[in-house]
Design a protein around this ligand. Structure first.
Ligand code: 5GP
Ligand code: MN
Length: 305
């Protein structure tokens, strides 16, 4: 394949973006022509990583020999590129989600890996050593994001060893960590305030749920694809087992994030609603009014508690 398109998932995170740019630097170094696609805005915090490499619409008259999806457990994660990808013959899916449904012609899926970036690292280093700083930074960003900066339980000795090898190439860690984990805007803090105001508890406090409505998004001029980032905080509460955050979308649905301390497999909960993810972090989309959706979620989690 000479002309290759790589697709990241909606509501892009450091792992799907780092996987995309990582493949971009690797494949272009082999003389391939590569286009990156993502059907969503890229958050300011990831702009240093994504640079201006991503396209949000298919390029006119673009033809490809191969399409690759990264960090996507099912086709719907590709958003508006779903049909294009599905109708293509030569496709590869590179992913690490437990719930991956092998939607491509070739599926490179390993749920033992912390991140799609760690899987891509393993793949590339089968052939050659990595020494490009852009490639190293891309893969490091995905590994660091998906492990919550090396604190989630998908962090293994091997994860640290790989991260260490990438760091040894000279990644500017202070800069990268600022954008990935520390930088907050005033709007981010106001959103945190709103999520704390809307915090609700169910099932003897074992389930903590918070939400952001369209009204709040409009108030701060924010798009549907924002990451509110409070779901981990409410899951770490001593009293809760499962944390849920919901962002109301403009199509009368909610985009839902699930996290757990570990006793509940939230990928099972997300699958009940057609979503997916990992045991400790998963997501889905549910149509309906706020309190109907909350009830559905509480019932689905309660069955697993
Ligand atoms: P987050 O809550 O950070 O958006 O997502 C947590 C995990 O669940 C990620 O691995 C993400 O890819 C997955 N996930 C989130 N939303 C969905 C969804 O609607 N469908 C599927 N299949 N996975 C999702
Ligand atoms: Mn990932």
């Amino acid at each position: 394949a000479n002309k290759i398109a790589v697709f990241s998932h909606k509501a892009p995170d450091g792992d799907c973006l780092g996987s995309g740019t990582g493949l971009y630097y690797f494949l272009t170094s082999k003389g391939k022509e590569v286009d990156l696609y993502c059907d969503d805005e890229i958050h300011e915090n990831f702009k240093f990583l994504a640079k201006d490499l991503y396209n949000s619409n298919l390029k006119e008259n673009a033809t490809y020999d191969l399409l690759i999806s990264v960090d996507c457990s099912d086709l719907s994660r590709l958003g508006k590129f779903e049909t294009f990808f599905d109708s293509f013959e030569n496709t590869i899916c590179i992913d690490h989600h437990l719930t991956n449904n092998n939607f491509a012609k070739i599926n490179i899926v390993d749920s033992e890996k912390s991140s799609a970036c760690e899987l891509i690292y393993t793949f590339i280093t089968t052939f050659e050593e990595i020494n490009d700083i852009n490639l190293a930074t891309s893969l490091y960003c995905g590994i660091a994001t998906d492990t919550g900066c090396f604190i989630h339980n998908n962090t293994k000795q091997s994860t640290h060893i790989i991260a260490g090898k990438l760091i040894s190439l000279g990644i500017d860690l202070e800069y990268v960590h600022y954008y990935l984990f520390k930088r907050k805007t005033i709007i981010d803090l106001k959103l945190m305030q709103e999520t704390l105001k809307n915090l609700e508890f169910y099932n003897e406090n074992k389930i903590a749920i918070t939400y952001i409505t369209q009204k709040i998004l409009k108030k701060y001029n924010l798009s549907d694809s924002i990451h509110i980032g409070m779901v981990n905080t409410i899951t770490y509460l001593e009293e809760s087992e499962v944390g849920v955050s919901m962002v109301e979308q403009s199509d009368n649905s909610f985009r839902i994030s699930f996290r757990t301390k570990g006793n509940v497999d939230v990928s099972k909960v997300a699958l009940k609603f057609g979503g997916g993810g990992h045991r400790m972090a998963a997501g889905c989309k549910i149509f309906g009014k706020l309190h109907t959706v909350v009830k559905k979620i509480v019932d689905a989690i309660s069955e697993e508690l």
